[in-house]
Design a protein around this ligand. Structure first.
Ligand SMILES: NC(=O)c1ccc[n+]([C@@H]2O[C@H](COP(=O)([O-])OP(=O)(O)OC[C@H]3O[C@@H](n4cnc5c(N)ncnc54)[C@H](O)[C@@H]3O)[C@@H](O)[C@H]2O)c1
Length: 437
């Protein structure tokens, strides 16, 4: 099939590349001309494991192309995916200006039948808005609008896209349903479902999924905080809970709060959707509050240890990305924690395997970026672990002790066993477990 993907970010680029990998002809469009030029020259502008190999192969074989010209890109496309940003607007609702703006542009250039697919995360009713904008310039026979929310996870996005656990397609059009099913069939050969539903339910499915996951994390963060107060070990509690098949093992890890480009804005947007229809969605409000507080927990522990004032103290930070295996720092807990440490007068020396470039422009150059994880420790008064990159899981504790001014670790991801920290002679605070003193 001929496919156009509008918006070449974390979702658009993975979508375009993976469709090309299945043998489709894909043109990706982005408004950012510099980014388009880099991609035309063969450079992958984001870090996403495995993407570079597919990108190179498909670009070389001519199935994956890049342009900044929308009209040129969509001329021959049967399907046009919108993978555009939907950031929060002033009141926290999803801002649809990118989606509706591109829909207005498309209404002026489409000449034959196209399926226009919304892959961005958008509030219930957006497909209808897109249809209304398109209808202003186009005969309704010339297009169908489909809601096809994306569930990929940054860090494993390529795998998620190539082998999705489910594909959700929201449409009432038989013609669009057939085309979409044909497009996705090769991705679900192992039997995972393509679930066809109405547009509104498809749009809601994405928000419901992300909000549920955010609530689950927040629930575990609250359990962890309580464990600390009552002398329980959240790691044990998590294992005990997760063995119940009704609960399941995944997504029960407490930490420093959820971040990223999706959960924070999607929980907020769903709460706004509820507000607009006079529904008081109490759980979501609490989830947001709990998460705001959790993002402060590690900095609070550090401040309490050093007696509030961090002037003259150097804190090493391991991990800046909002989660491992991505360079994405949008809404990352690291940003809140570092901001708080700097506010209290600390010197922050940070290391992240992939996200350093994205942090360079933040904090007015106040954060020292270390060449590797050990360099960050040199003469630091303590280490704060914020992102659970694999490379931090089995470090040389001997070298760490030599480099740190004092052997003090605040671990926001529970990477190490308490017993081992005791044996190694560290002062160690983690989340939802006893301190090792
Ligand atoms: N990042 C994720 O893990 C993820 C997962 C599922 C769903 N989503 C949703 O997918 C959507 C896109 O997210 P993302 O993380 O890929 O965003 P992103 O910010 O990484 O990428 C968006 C891209 O769109 C481009 N763009 C903006 N306006 C444009 C225009 N008028 N024409 C062409 N290109 C334009 C930007 O330059 C950018 O490259 C959002 O709605 C998000 O909620 C994201």
């Amino acid at each position: 099939m001929n496919i156009a993907v509008v918006g070449t970010g974390y979702v658009g680029l993975v979508t375009g590349t993976c469709f090309a990998e299945m043998g489709n002809d894909v043109i990706c469009i982005d408004i950012d001309e510099k980014k388009v030029k880099r991609m035309q020259e063969g450079e992958v502008p984001i870090y996403e494991p495995g993407l570079d190999i597919l990108f190179e192969r498909n670009a070389k074989q001519g199935r994956l192309q890049f342009t900044s010209c929308l009209a040129e890109a969509v001329a021959d496309a049967q399907i046009i995916f919108l993978a555009l940003p939907t950031p929060p607007d002033e009141d926290g609702s999803a801002d649809l200006k990118y989606i509706l703006g591109v829909a207005a542009d498309l209404s002026k250039i489409i000449k034959d039948y196209k399926v226009i697919v919304d892959k961005s995360t958008v509030p219930v009713g957006t497909s209808e808005k897109v249809r209304a904008v398109l209808s202003e310039g186009l005969d309704e026979e010339l297009f169908d609008v489909v809601a096809n929310p994306e569930f990929l996870r940054e860090g494993v996005a390529v795998d998620d896209f190539l082998k999705p656990e489910r594909v959700v397609i929201g449409t009432n059009s038989e013609r669009a349903r057939k085309i979409m099913t044909q497009l996705y069939r090769p991705f679900v050969r192992q039997g995972n479902p393509i679930i066809i539903m109405d547009e509104r339910s498809a749009e809601m499915t994405k928000y419901a999924s992300n909000s549920y996951l955010a609530a689950r994390i927040s629930f575990m963060n609250e359990i962890a905080n309580l464990c600390e107060k009552v002398g329980a070990n959240v790691n044990m509690v998590r294992k005990g809970m997760g063995s119940d098949s009704r609960i399941g093992k995944r997504f029960l890890f407490p930490g420093v709060g959820y971040g990223g480009s999706c959960f924070p804005k999607d929980v907020q947007a769903l709460e706004k959707t509820a507000e607009k229809v006079d529904y008081d969605f109490k759980i979501l409000k609490t989830v947001m509050q709990v998460n705001r507080r959790q993002k402060q927990v590690l900095a609070e522990k550090i401040k309490a240890y050093f007696g509030q004032n961090l002037k003259g103290k150097t804190i090493a930070v391991w991990g800046l990305a909002f989660k491992p295996n991505t360079d994405d720092i949008r809404e990352a807990p690291s940003l809140c924690i570092i901001e708080e440490l700097l506010k209290e007068g600390a010197i922050v020396k940070a290391f992240d395997p992939e996200a350093m470039e994205n942090v360079r422009t933040q904090f007015d150059g106040q954060v020292v970026l270390a060449a590797d994880q050990y360099e960050a420790l040199i003469s630091a008064d303590a280490l704060a672990i914020i992102t659970e990159w694999s490379v931090f899981r089995t470090p040389s504790f001997k070298v760490m002790k030599e480099l740190l001014k004092s052997p003090v670790i605040f671990d926001g991801r529970n990477l190490y066993e308490l017993e081992m920290m005791e044996e190694q002679g560290f002062y160690y605070e983690s989340i939802g477990r006893d301190k090792v003193t």
